[in-house]
Design a protein around this ligand. Structure first.
Ligand SMILES: C[S@@+](CC[C@H](N)C(=O)[O-])C[C@H]1O[C@@H](n2cnc3c(N)ncnc32)[C@H](O)[C@@H]1O
Length: 327
């Protein structure tokens, strides 16, 4: 699909629906061209968020449970399932199923998957028992009751990977899901621990658990994306996300001192202020340029590793390294 074949009117309508907070009210997919245009644009950005999450999972030593059936719940054009199958390989799943309140969306997502992964069994509908479940950018379209029913339905699953926009609201809702399912599952990510979520501690009301994915550099010089950004008002540089990964298997162990950085550090002339989370809670820490020049430089270049192994003295970070690959 190129910029001439995109259905700009459909994209405009979809964006209005998404931003207006009315997306949950009714099925907004009107035709194949809605889904194809969404898939080529908004869904690609969501795919980059999934790539970021999957890369982190690999770095942590997590892999999809072997021999499980994949379900993309609230699939839209089916980008989440394709991101996972591309990243870990189609042989990781015994089949891929697509579920959405829109029959049109289910059919579109299943057709795309059939075209892309020859030999993979693909179907639509809900399995009797969920195994590996992917959920992406759906939470803001669900009522409290629908969310509760979904969360209950997820309980027997083997693993759940859930990605949402990095907004305050979506992040706080995902934290509520984490708290609800922690114990039924092990919490794999974004957390470094299975204790209660530190965001819920008094004093942390202003914060939210969000992270940033990277846009592929080629996008910034591609006329297709330039035209899309201009027409849609979407800032291609910013890809905030919140996510949650749950698994019946214990989470791969992390080295002592591992923390998760929340959001972006605030970088000043001689120090940076970093919000970080571990089992002890969520707190603000100071990292001095003269003490840790290499990490400080990375922060300044907006290249902050989300998982770091720290040594701290009080509120100050005195040693910091990125979590090694495949920990
Ligand atoms: C913003 S789109 C996201 C689509 C896709 N998951 C992605 O990340 O690109 C939200 C999707 O959730 C679906 N949806 C909304 N409410 C739903 C419900 N109650 N049950 C199933 N699907 C729902 C919509 O039809 C739509 O396809």
């Amino acid at each position: 699909m190129n910029e001439l074949t995109l259905d700009w009117l459909a994209l405009d309508r979809l964006r209005t629906v998404f931003l207006g907070g009315t997306a949950g009210d009714h099925d907004y997919w009107r035709g194949e061209s809605d889904l194809a245009s969404y898939d080529a644009t908004f869904a690609q950005r969501i795919g980059w968020k999934w790539d970021c999450v999957l890369y982190e999972l690999e770095r942590r030593g997590w892999t999809p449970p072997p021999g499980t059936a994949l379900l993309d719940w609230g699939c839209g054009s089916g980008i989440a399932a394709r991101a996972l199958l591309d990243f870990f390989g189609k042989e990781r799943a015994t089949k891929a199923s697509f579920w959405d309140r829109s029959a049109l969306a289910m059919r579109f997502a299943a057709d795309r998957a059939r075209d892309k992964y020859a030999g993979l069994t693909v179907d639509t509908g809900l399995p009797a028992r969920p195994e590996l479940v992917l959920i992406s950018h759906v939470l803001t379209e669900l009522t409290v009751e629908q969310t509760e029913a979904l969360v209950k339905w997820l309980e027997p699953a083997v693993a759940v990977l859930w990605v949402e926009p990095g907004t305050y609201d979506a992040s706080r809702r995902l934290v509520a899901v984490r708290e609800r399912l922690n114990g039924t599952f092990h919490v794999v990510a974004p957390c470094t621990h299975g204790a209660g979520c530190g965001m819920l501690a008094p004093g942390n009301e202003v914060h939210w658990c969000h992270h940033f994915a990277a846009t592929p550099p080629a996008v910034f010089t591609d006329p297709f994306w330039g035209r899309f950004a201009q027409a849609s008002g979407v800032d291609l540089r910013s890809l905030p996300l919140s996510f949650l990964v749950l698994d019946k298997r214990p989470a791969p162990a992390l080295p002592t001192g591992t923390v998760r950085v929340i959001g972006r550090p605030r970088v000043y002339k001689a120090h940076a202020s970093v919000l970080a989370c571990d089992a002890a809670g969520v707190g603000e820490y100071e990292l001095l340029k003269r003490r840790l020049p290499a990490m400080f430089r990375r922060f300044r270049k907006d290249d902050c590793p989300p998982l770091q192994i720290w040594t701290r003295e009080g509120g100050r970070v005195i040693e910091a390294e990125e979590l090694p690959d495949g920990t």
